[in-house]
Design a protein around this ligand. Structure first.
Ligand SMILES: C[S@@+](CC[C@H](N)C(=O)[O-])C[C@H]1O[C@@H](n2cnc3c(N)ncnc32)[C@H](O)[C@@H]1O
Length: 304
């Protein structure tokens, strides 16, 4: 039976996505499904989709709930300093899943975030997920340019608010925003910030944003524990590809070993041919006749 006090533990909190492309976001899947359940957003915008993990997690939750939702997934699909730069195959794999499994709900928008901003009217979006470049200036620029698309009562998510090395600076923006808004934060999975835009209208979200420290700790601990399973599934999903790479690598190493063996065989053959030539030379008549001369050469002093 569901614990009525633990408002964050709904059946959706235990849901796992069906697609596990590589992602640093995977442990937030249970919270994402819970959020779609309680917020019931009609329109979601994601800044930074990469291989699609968070996007497909939101889309899958809406599909399972039978809730109509459009998620606009924005990306240059080129990569960046933190996510790494990548080729066209990433967008192709995202497109293949989107077209096959979420044709009516996932809309891929390729381009720079700033170019795509005019496509969205102010106050037209219920949930905005900011997960593009992670420098302070980048996150601030995305937040300033996009916060007005979110309607009153909507939510903005920020990923990587716990990353402080390698030029990550979302944490700085988050510290500023926390002082001015109703927020909730997760520490696990590189940190996920949840920010309320205007008045919070959903009861479960009001309870999340006003949770006392003891409840907040339980919420964090429960979603971290639930997220750990998503992480295990992600690793499992990655295994066939890793195995394929390992097999390829093993085959390349075997080719290399075979090449070295052939090389060693050729060298052994030329050494034995050379030994044979020396032996032939030493046993030849002229070699034996000139032996005293060579011996004298060894005894006589050199004249340099
Ligand atoms: C951290 S990844 C997104 C991860 C994704 N949310 C997930 O679940 O795995 C960031 C993505 O943002 C994209 N990106 C960064 N800055 C961008 C910008 N200004 N315009 C368009 N795309 C951008 C990169 O190409 C990269 O694919």
């Amino acid at each position: 039976m569901m614990n009525q006090d633990a408002f964050w533990l709904r059946p959706t909190s235990y849901w796992l996505p069906v697609h596990f492309p590589m992602s640093a976001w995977n442990t937030h899947a249970p919270f994402a499904a819970w959020l779609i359940d309680v917020l019931r957003p009609a329109s979601v915008v994601e800044l930074g989709t990469h291989m699609g993990f968070s996007c497909f997690t939101f889309a899958e939750a809406a599909a399972r709930l039978g809730h109509p939702m459009i998620i606009s997934a924005l990306d240059s699909w080129q990569g960046d300093e933190h996510a790494g730069f990548y080729g066209e195959e990433v967008l192709e794999s995202v497109r293949a899943i989107a077209e096959r499994d979420y044709p009516g709900s996932v809309r891929l928008v390729r381009g720079w975030f700033s170019e795509s901003r005019p496509l969205f009217e102010d106050a037209s979006v219920d949930l905005l997920h900011i997960d593009g470049r992670h420098g302070y200036e980048d996150a601030l620029e995305d937040y300033k340019a996009w916060r007005s698309v979110v309607r009153d009562g909507g939510v903005i998510l920020f990923h990587d608010i716990e990353e402080r090395d390698r030029g990550f600076g979302v944490w700085r923006l988050w510290e500023q925003l926390e002082r001015q808004h109703s927020t909730f934060m997760f520490h696990h999975g590189h940190g996920l910030g949840v920010l309320a835009v205007g008045d919070v209208k959903v009861d479960a979200l009001q309870r999340l944003f006003s949770a006392d420290e003891a409840s907040a700790e339980r919420i964090r601990a429960d979603f971290e524990r639930l997220g750990a399973e998503a992480d295990i599934r992600s690793r499992l999903a990655a295994l066939p590809e890793e195995l394929r790479h390992a097999r390829l690598h093993a085959a390349q190493l075997e080719d290399k070993v075979a090449w070295f063996e052939r090389e060693a065989e050729d060298l052994r053959a030329s050494v034995s041919a050379r030994d044979q030539r020396i032996q032939d030379l030493e046993s030849s008549t002229s070699w034996r006749v000139t032996a005293p001369l060579r011996a004298a050469g060894r005894v006589l002093p050199r004249r340099d």
